[in-house]
Write a protein that binds this ligand. Sequence first.
Ligand code: PEP
Ligand code: MN
Length: 347
Amino acid sequence: MVKKRPYIIAGPCSIESKEQFADIIPYLNANKQVDLIRCGIWKPRTRPGGFEGVGEDGLKWIKDYKAQNPNVSFAVEVAQPIHIELCLKYNIDVIWIGARTSSNPFSMNELSESLKGIDIPTMIKNPPIPDVKLWIGAIERIKNVGITNIAAIHRGFFTHNNYGFRNNPLWEIPIEIKRTHPDLPLICDPSHISGNRQIVQSVSQIAMDLNFDGLMIEVHPYPEKALTDSEQQLSPAEFDNLLSNLIIRKNSNTTPIELNLLRKKIDMLDQELLAILSQRIDVSKQIALIKADNNLSVLQINRWQEVLESRLHIAKELGISLEFVQKIMEQIHTESVRVQNDILKES
Ligand code: PEP
Ligand code: MN
C-alpha cells in the first residue's frame, strides 16, 4: 500500500446496490490514477433509522468483480471482529478503521486481537476528538499485534466551531503525527473534512501542499441521490477535474512545511475573523430594531466614544498598534451605522 505519491483512494461512501456498484466500480478501475477503491459496507450512522450498509452482499459483489478484474484492490471499513472475519473470507485487500471506532480503546483492543497473526494492510482514521495521543494509541494497538503495513488517515476533528468545515482539519495534528512518525504514510480524507463537494478540491490541495502521501476521496455515480454523505461525494466528472487540477509540488526543502502550516493558520484565522464580523453585524441589526421601536437616533456619540476608548485600551494590553485598531474600529462602526440606517429607513 502507498507505493506512489500521491496515493489515490477513491470510491463511494457506501455501496448501496448492485446497480450503483456496477455504475461506479468499472469507472474507478479504469481510472489510472486510482490505486485503491474504497467501499463502505457497514455504515456507522450518528442516528438510528438511516441506511446502514448492504453488509455481506456487498462483499460478494466485490469478490465477483475481482474474479473478472484480478488487478483491482478494495478497501473496506471494519468496526467489529466479525467485519474483519468477513473481509478476510472475501479477500478484501485493505481494511480501514473509522473515526468512531479509533476513538474507543476497547474496540481497538478487540479489533487488534482479531488481527493477530494476519498481515492485512490497515488504515486508521483519526478519532473525532482532537487528541493526538488517542490516534497514536489506536495506531500502536494495531502495530503491536504485528500488522506491518499501516497508514493513518486524517479526516478532521469535531470542535466547538468547525469554521465551515464538516470536521475541522486542525492541520497541526496530522503534522505532529508526521513529525513523530516520519515513516507512517499519511493520507488525507478531504471529503469528510469538507462535508460539501465545493471545497473538496481546495482541501485536497492543502493536503498536497503539506506533503501528505495520499488522498481518500468519496466518488459516487450520482452524488445527489447518495444514501449517505450525499453533499460531499464527487461525481466521476468532478473527481476527474479534481485530479487534473491538483498541483503536486516537489517534496523539496524549498517551501518549508512550517511555512505552509502557518499560512493555513492565517487562512483559518481570517475565516474566524470574518465569521465574528458577520455575527457583529447581526447584533447591530438587532440593536437597530430596538432603536427604531424607541425612536432613538442611530448615532449615539457617547456610546461610540466609550466603544473606541475601551477597544484602544484592549489593543494596548495586547500590544497591537493603536493607530491600526482605531482605523479598523472606525471602519466597523461606519458599516454598523450604515446597516442600522438602512433598517431605520425601512421601519
Ligand atoms: C467513511 O469513510 O465513510 C466514514 C464513515 O468516515 P469517518 O469514519 O471518517 O466518519
Ligand atoms: Mn462517508
